[in-house]
Each structure stands twice: as C-alpha cells, then as structure tokens.
Ligand binder design. Structure first.
Ligand code: SF4
Length: 383
C-alpha cells in the first residue's frame, strides 16, 4: 500500500521566526552533490512542494506541518525551484536532529529528502577513523539483489580498482597502520585476479572478503585454496534461516548455493563470518536463533538492516551524519562509508593517492561534522 501523503499545509507564524537563527553550514569537506547521477528517486512518505516559498517566506511552518503528520523515521521530500534552500534546509535538519538523506535535481527543480528523527539504531561502531579500510574491487556481480547498496548486477560495468592501485594502497595502508582491510564489490570472485588482490591485501593487514559464496568451483575454487587462511576471512551473505526470504531478495536457488559456499569455505579451513541483511528486528531475532542453533559465535556473525541506498526501495535512510566514517576506496575515489560507495553525498575525494591525504580528508570532514554539531548545540545552551 502506498502510504505517501500529500499534506494540507497550515501556517505556524510563531515557529517561523526560527528561520532567522539558522546559519548556513559549510560543506564539511564533501564535494558538492550537484547531481546524483546514479540514484533512482528516493521514496518519501510526504511530498511537500515549496512553490516559491523559502525559509524567509513561509517554508518553515509548512515543514513543521509536514513533520506533524509524520511518524519518526518517515521521509519527507521538499521540492523547490530555488536551490538556495538547500544549505538552510541542511542547517535546519542538523539543528532539529532530523537528517537530510538525499538531494536530487529533477527537471530543473531540486528535491531534498529528509528523515524525521534520528537513525533508528546505531549504524556504526566508534572505531578510530582509518583503522578499517574498505576496497571496492569491482561493481559487477553474478546476482542482482533488490537491496544492493551499489546497484550491482551481472550487467553493471566492472569499474575495477585494478591490481596496481591495490598494490599501492596496500603498501601505504600498512604504513598508516590500518588494522583491517575489507574487500568487497560487486562480487569480488568474478575477478580473474582476485587471488592476487587478496594476497597483496593480506600481506598489509588481516583481510575480509565479502562474497555471496556462490562461485567456489573450478578455477575459482583453486584461487580460494591458494589464499592464506590465517590472514583471510570470508564474509558470506545469508539473509534468512530458510530459502524463502533470502531468495525473495536474491533470486531463486541462491540460498542453497550460498549455504554450500559456506560449507565449502569451512571445509577449506577458512574462518567464515555469516552476514544477514534484514528488514525488521523480528527477522534479525529469527536469524540470531538460527546462528545460535548452528553454534556460530558472535564474532562470526553480522546482522544489519537494509539501507535505503542503491537499488533499495525500502530500508533505513542514512545521511553521512548518521555514519561513523570507514574510509572506502573505489575506482572513482574515496568515500565516507561503504554503504554509499557510489553516492555523491558520501564522496570525499576523487584522488586516492597519497593515501595519507585521503585519510586526512576524511578525518577533517569528520572533525568539521563534530564542530558543526557543537556550534548548533550552543544556540540553545540553557545554562
Ligand atoms: S548485495 Fe552483494 S550479492 Fe547482491 S547484487 Fe549486491 S554485490 Fe551482488
């Protein structure tokens, strides 16, 4: 059922005065997201056409009215022909602890999507920036899951990072003290040289490769066998205890093949971490029981909610302020977090090298994010 609402706007002149106190934020070190080239239109529960209104001329009461008829977690789209609203809207979101999660230009008008309220659960652990490094080795995949955060499919262009860049990244990452490397895609095992890539990464730091586990046969099985067990962990996706839900996202026949991949990787002596992507806490609980029954330890399991990014049409809408940065490198540049590795709002730099400068850019952006929160907090300093 489409629960989207178009609201009858009411005015609230008392709250309107707040607009004057909003400051225009700096860009936090991110590249300006002029156009989100890859994104499909983000679903919103409420569509608010601002017409000619701005924060100085009546938009704020309309916005408050929109939130009043929303529930926490709902998405509200604001559409306007005036792109100048953007910085004020971003500042207002930060001030009110809502999150601006998407910006797109459609036929000359800008559509901002904000999430009402804070992220419903913690989406990142508090690790030092730069301790983890993510590499997107490619974007093509043998599957086309309906929630894939980077829209991978068998037809997606490969956009390979390439062994030469991986070599240099590994050398510089070791110098910078990176403690864990995560190799992901797309499906990394589609690459003919994935063995070489993983060996290079594993020499720099303990490495986890994220895979759907469905390709361990023939020459790819030989590649798997050649990897150093003590330095390489396999993180294999399995979304539910039985095939139905897993296959509703990933396609028919995928559950049994993933399970076989998990068994094979274990038989080959690898540490295997099972990773489930779920829609609700009930699904998460079900999967926990399944893992308990199979004696999968806490450190060998990951259960996360679907993020409203990439191909997903439902899930948790995440803004950069919701995410603790984990430096992520793709062929296109350096990103704030792996969950948005092709989204302009999470792009930090097009330049990967020197890696120290990429790390510094992410840290500077993170510091500015904190500083901005602190400055906003002082506006309502009560004592
Ligand atoms: S979620 Fe993983 S397995 Fe599914 S399409 Fe994306 S990269 Fe491939």
């Amino acid at each position: 059922m489409d629960s989207r609402r178009r609201i009858d706007l009411e005015s609230d002149p008392v709250r309107g005065g707040l607009a004057a106190s909003l400051e225009t934020p700096d860009r936090l070190g991110f590249l300006e997201a002029k156009t989100i080239v890859h994104r499909m239109k983000t679903y919103a529960n409420v569509e608010l056409d601002a017409g000619t209104k701005t924060f100085a001329s009546g938009l704020l009461p309309d916005l408050i009215a929109a939130l009043r008829c929303s529930r926490k977690g709902d998405l509200v789209a604001v559409i306007s022909g005036d792109p100048g609203i953007g910085p004020e809207l971003e500042a207002w979101c930060r001030f009110t602890r809502n999150s601006l999660v998407d910006t797109a230009i459609e036929e000359g008008r800008t559509r901002w999507v904000l999430r009402y309220g804070e992220a419903p659960e913690s989406v990142g652990e508090d690790r030092p920036v730069g301790s983890r490094l993510w590499l997107y080795t490619n974007f093509d995949c043998n599957l086309s899951c309906d929630y894939c955060c980077v829209r991978s499919t068998p037809k997606a262009p490969r956009r390979a990072l390439g062994i030469e860049r991986v070599r240099r990244i590994a050398i510089e990452a070791a110098e910078l003290g990176v403690s864990e490397i995560f190799v992901t895609g797309g499906e990394p095992f589609l690459l003919p040289n994935i063995g070489e890539i993983l060996v290079v990464c594993a020499a720099a730091a303990p490495t986890t490769v994220l895979t759907n586990g469905m390709l361990f046969a023939g020459s790819r099985l030989q590649t798997l066998r050649s990897l150093p067990r003590e330095r390489v962990t396999l993180q294999i996706s399995l979304d539910s205890p039985t095939p139905e839900r897993h296959e509703s996202h990933r396609g028919k026949g995928t559950w049994a093949r993933a399970w076989r991949g998990i068994e094979r990787a274990r038989e080959e002596g690898f540490r295997v971490r099972l990773a489930a992507t779920v829609s609700t806490e009930t699904e998460a609980e079900e999967f926990r029981s399944f893992l308990d029954a199979h004696h999968v330890s806490e450190e060998n399991r990951v259960i996360r909610r679907i993020a409203l990014r990439g191909s997903a049409t439902q899930g948790i809408a995440l803004a950069r302020a919701d995410l603790v940065p984990e430096v992520t490198i793709t062929a296109e540049g350096v990103f704030w977090h792996p969950v948005g590795a092709e989204d302009n709002d999470l792009l930090v730099s097009r330049d990967i090298f020197p890696l120290a400068e990429s790390f510094a850019a992410v840290r500077r952006a993170f510091d500015r994010e904190h500083e901005h929160q602190r400055r906003l907090a002082t506006i309502f300093n009560c004592a």
